[in-house]
Structure formats: structure tokens, C-alpha cells
Design a protein around this ligand. Sequence first.
Ligand code: MV4
Length: 445
Amino acid sequence: MFKKVLIANRGEIALRVIRTCREMGIKTVAVYSTADKDSLHVRFADEAVCIGKPASADSYLNITRLMAAAEITNADAVHPGYGFLAENARFAEICLEHGIKFIGPTPAMIRSMGDKITAKETMIKAGVPVIPGSEGLLDSVEQARSLAKEMGYPVIIKATAGGGGKGMRVIWEDSELERAYNTAKAEALASFKNDGIYMEKFVEEPRHIEIQVAGDQYGKVCHLSERDCSIQRRHQKLVEESPSPFMTPDLREKMGEAAIKAASAINYESVGTIEFLVDKHRNFYFMEMNTRIQVEHCVTEEVINYDLIKEQIKIAAGVPISGRNYIPEMHAIECRINAEDPYNDFRPSPGKITVLHQPGGHGVRVDSHIYAGYVIPPFYDSMIGKIIAVARTREEAIDTMSRALSEYVIEGVKTTIPFHQQLMRNEDFRKGNFTTKFLETFVLQ
Ligand code: MV4
């Protein structure tokens, strides 16, 4: 097992990794920017190294400084968390070249899922259902037009280097096609330095359901059931839950099997997630694979009683997985608490937390790095914590979440707590009656 892990991240996920390392008897190294010198991850780690100025490019994204910090502290592994360098194949490669284990998949696995057309082709070969669309890249407006006519509108154009919703264009009729083609291509080039675009049939009002998977170094892959992440706003998830209210035992078995096929196709090693779009007829289609631990991993941890970070570290150290699949035995809901003003277009609200009371009690887990007096810096994402409510049924989990939200006191900054309180009372949400379009029509009182 590793002796010392450097955590190349900040905030709640850095704390989350430190906690599991401590339980496993592994020493930890925190890295921090000058803006984070008073952060809890710095205090909770065994050692801490300042790696630069507040801007991410000068600190949490600076590979040279991270490697220097790992070498001077003698860390034998790096945990990337999520965001920052978690899906940067070059970083994984540099760790490898320095004899420091990157706790995650190999550079080749990250690359194969980073390019969306390559990923889609791999899935087709593996027999995983994908959304009908162009065979590879589009190479002219004319080709795009004839394909759209053949498939029927609406269609969607996506960037092959994209993902997470960046650079997409939905096209409802022929007259919009040329402009959408050109703007999508220009946007892809500007955002990703890669103007490759492709087309798919647009799936209307889908659900976003993802399957957690784990694979070890010996070719064994299992699934750990689903999370429903349909409650999103501008491609930012706000609420996740497991099981999905739309799931059936039969669909879970089929999606689980497809997810295992997907991960096995690239010999996946580590924990990862296969994202699917699910239409109203319960047809499901591969969308993307996330080759990292995700924000919402806690939901899965609670419903199957399983420490995903521990599993991720053990896999990286060469420990084989059991290989059995897991089915939810509880219901868990996660609300992301962001320092944002839900009454003002979710505008970031950094600053000092003057008063704080965190919820607790039966069925409530709070993963957060905030404390009274903490100053939320303006340089990073605005998530300041997550509440995970767990109960035997969905109704009880919603009631537990409502109760936990009502206990939460955060003064000094605006937060998404009022949004979540109203969502937990919404009739359609309570019925499990929602798609990825839900928040487009949800009005805050
Ligand atoms: C789609 C789609 C409908 N049809 N593809 C959004 C993020 C990126 N991963 C892909 N996305 C979508 N791809 C086809 N062919 C609808 C979305 C989409 C979406 C997906 C999941 C969760 C929220 C979403 C919000 C808007 C659009």
C-alpha cells in the first residue's frame, strides 16, 4: 500500500481523500494556493506545501509545481480529486514517468474517453447503445444537411473535444443548419483548439442517468448501480440521487451490463462513471465516460455502504476487486450547496462566512470544508459543500433532506439552500417526475 499520498486538489474533495487516507494509515500531503492558506485541507493533512498564487493556472493546474511538491515530500502517489487535472492525460503520464502512482486510470484510458468520437466508436464496437448520428466527424455543411434530413429534425451538433455541454447546438429545422454548423465549428476551435464536430439525433426531454463502475488491474469490472443527475442547470448538477426514481430492476440490469461492457472495452482500471441519456421509453444511450471520482460519488457510497475513495486507492495499489455488482439498499439524495445567489441567476457569492451551523442527525451526511470565519475565495468553483440524506425510502430521504436544510445556517454569503428547500417541496420532484428540462421551468418563490 502507498505510504504517502499527495492530494492535487482543494476544498471538500481534498478533505474527503484525507479522511480515507487516515483510516487506511496513509500519510497525506496537501497542496494549496496562497488564497487557500487557511483552508481545512491544509490543516487536516500531515504535511502541506504552498504551490503558488491564487489563479488555478499558477497552483492547482501547475504540473511542475505539483511534481516538485510530490518529490520534496516523498509522496508515492497522487490523488487528483475531480476537476483541475483529474482528466488530464499528460499529468497522469508525467506522474508515471516520475514513478509516482496517479490514483486513477492510465493516460491511454483518459485519452480514449476524452475524444468523444473515438469514445463513441469504441462503444459501437463493444456493443454499447449509442445515439444514432454521423459516422465520425462532419466534413461539410452539405453532408450535415443530408444526414439531418435522413435522420429527421431535431438534431444536435457536438464538439468531439467537448463534453459536459460545451459547444453544443440543437437544430430544429433545415433553415437553422448552416449557421449552427458554422458557429459550432468556430466555437469548438476557440474553446478546444480542435474544430472537429459531429451530429446526433436530438433526444428530447431525456433523463441523465449514470452508472458507477470499478475496474481493477487484472481486467475485472463491476457496476455499483446508478445515480440520477437530471436536476441540472446550464450543465451544472444541483441534485443527484440513487436509486433513480425512473429505474426498474430490468433497466438497471441492462444499463449495468452496458456500463461493464463500456469500461471493459478500454480495460478500465479505477473507479469511473458511464453517463447515459435515457428517453421516455427507457431506451438508453451512451453519452460520455468520466474517468475520475465525481462530486456525487457519496450518493452511491450511502446506498451500497461502500467507500469509493478507499476502493479507488486500493485498485491503484494493485488490490483486486471482488467483482460483484451492487444494488441500492437505501435511498440517498445529495444537494450541492454553492455560494451562489439562486434569486440572482445563481451568481457566485464569495466572501466571509460569519455565522455557521451545519446540520447533522440521523441519515444526514455533510461533506464540506467550510467553518465559521472561513473566507470563500473568488478564484475557484462555488461549491462549498454537499448534504447527503439517506433513508429506506425516497419519501423519507426527501423529508430528511428538508429537515437538514432547515437546520443549515450560513450567514455572510448567499447559498443555494433556499433553492433546495423549495425543490424538496415541489410536487413533480416528490413524484420523481422530472427530466433534464425540469429546472428550465422551475420558478423560485
Ligand atoms: C444530448 C442531448 C439530447 N440528444 N445529445 C449535455 C451534456 C453533454 N454531455 C451532452 N448533453 C446532451 N446531449 C443528444 N443526442 C441532451 C443533452 C443535454 C443534457 C444531458 C444531460 C443532462 C442535462 C442536459 C441538459 C441539456 C442537454
